[in-house]
Design a binder for this molecule. Structure first.
Ligand SMILES: Nc1ncnc2c1ncn2[C@@H]1O[C@H](COP(=O)(O)OP(=O)(O)OP(=O)(O)O)[C@@H](O)[C@H]1O
Ligand SMILES: [Mg+2]
Length: 272
């Protein structure tokens, strides 16, 4: 099998400064700061084949976004190796970003004050997309994501669902081989979620794009992914199909998937 992504023993710590408590804490804090290390990822290893649709789940603070940021070259780890399509994301950044698309549900990648079509044109220049290829891809994405009517609107005036469709188009204009999505369905209404899931499945079938998606909505995983990885406190705890996960942690057939997840987090002692 063609291993497109290889993560080996990736370790990432953050240093945070804690506030002192009690009387005079504000004043004392100006002179004394207590340092605390947060181990966001602990020797995380996994590999992903070309064309896979992977769902990455885990409780808040588990290390999902940190993993996405490392794989997309935004953060560099303290140790370990990560090779994606033969490149190290944070070292070969320019070549790497031309092969990936990234969407953060909580943060916009579009230029806030300019019409969406201008953001797309800027991306065309940044990625050096030839005219004919750009026109063809843009037309396809406008139709499939139904965003033609939004082109003249600045990103800041879009609703969340409208913006997310534009974000997905922006991330796919340069036909990346890999799409990293960090909570792409957060805050979307039921119809928008269904449409986005269908789009991602179709895009994977049409172009073979590899999808790595974090989410707290298990319906995203059921609808889109053929593999699910569970992370807790920076460690990979499960890697398999959703039916394997059910078989492992479910108590009865057809149990609601959210109940299975709660039991799993409980069994793995991830809930404090
Ligand atoms: N820039 C940062 N500075 C300090 N600590 C950080 C930073 N980014 C993440 N962390 C810490 O690293 C840990 C993992 O955070 P991360 O954002 O990867 O979690 P997550 O799984 O994406 O959670 P969520 O489901 O809430 O989005 C948390 O304890 C978080 O507080
Ligand atoms: Mg996150």
């Amino acid at each position: 099998m063609d291993k497109l992504i290889r993560m080996e023993k990736i370790h990432k710590e953050f240093v945070v400064y804690e506030r002192l408590e009690g009387k005079w804490s504000l004043l004392k804090g100006a002179f004394i700061r207590t340092k605390k290390k947060v181990e966001a990822l602990k020797e995380m290893s996994f590999s992903i084949n070309r064309g896979e649709l992977v769902g990455f789940i885990g409780p808040n603070g588990a290390g999902k976004s940190t993993t996405v940021k490392i794989m997309s070259g935004i953060l560099n780890p303290d140790s370990g190796s990560c090779v994606i399509d033969g490149r190290i994301p944070w070292k070969n950044r320019i070549e790497h970003v031309s092969r990936i698309g990234v969407v953060f549900g909580q943060r916009s990648q579009l230029w806030w004050d300019v019409p969406v079509k201008d953001s797309f044109s800027l991306l065309k220049d940044i990625y050096n997309i030839p005219n004919s290829s750009y026109e063809e891809r843009l037309y396809e994405l406008l139709e499939r994501l139904q965003i033609r009517d939004l082109l003249n609107t600045p990103a800041r005036q879009l609703s969340l669902g409208q913006r997310m469709r534009c974000e997905i188009a922006a991330a796919l204009l340069h036909r990346p081989q890999i799409l990293f999505l960090d909570e792409p369905t957060i805050g979307l209404d039921a119809v928008s979620k269904l449409e986005l899931r269908t789009f991602l499945k179709e895009e994977n079938e049409k172009s073979g794009v590899t999808v790595f998606m974090t989410t707290h909505d298990m319906d995203d995983i059921e609808a889109v992914c053929n593999r699910v990885m569970v992370i807790g406190r920076g460690t990979l705890l499960f890697d398999g199909s959703l039916s394997d996960l059910r078989a492992h942690f479910g108590s009865q057939e057809k149990e609601d998937i959210d109940d299975v997840i709660v039991r799993m987090y409980h069994d793995l002692k991830l809930l404090t």
